[in-house]
Design a protein around this ligand. Structure first.
Ligand SMILES: [Mg+2]
Length: 127
């Protein structure tokens, strides 16, 4: 089968970008997250926030709070809430990336490619 049948593999194997069949759903979701935040009166992250000493750390803390909520859902054996909190993590991450103009899809593809060639259990850590 050709790589165009599996656009993610195409991109992970060094293709310049996801073929058109792949679409850019991540960018579309980012735009929706951005628009929804504005509709509800929330601050949206922008590239200019990089120069602010507090804005990006605050957004990262909010992502962390969603991770903690996922941990609590796991501790309570609440799978439905766990899934919701994972979605919250993704929404905050995608919203941050979108607002800052970061191409998260490409960044993830590049990191997955780098991870593929790392040594077995690199770093000597337990987990
Ligand atoms: Mg949450």
């Amino acid at each position: 089968m050709s790589n165009t049948m599996f656009p993610i593999n195409h991109a992970l194997n060094g293709g310049d970008d996801c073929p058109t069949e792949c679409g850019d759903w991540l960018s579309d979701v980012g735009a929706e997250i951005h628009a929804n935040k504005l509709r509800h009166g929330w601050k949206v992250t922008t590239s200019e926030d990089w120069e602010d000493q507090h804005e990006i750390p605050a957004v990262l803390a909010l992502i962390h709070s969603e991770v903690s909520e996922a941990l609590e859902a796991f501790r309570k054996n609440d799978r439905a809430n766990f899934e919701e909190e994972l979605a919250d993590i993704g929404i905050r991450l995608i919203g941050l990336s979108h607002g800052m103009g970061i191409d998260l899809k490409t960044a993830i593809f590049e990191k997955v490619r780098r991870n593929r060639v790392r040594e077995y259990r690199h770093g000597g850590k337990r987990v």
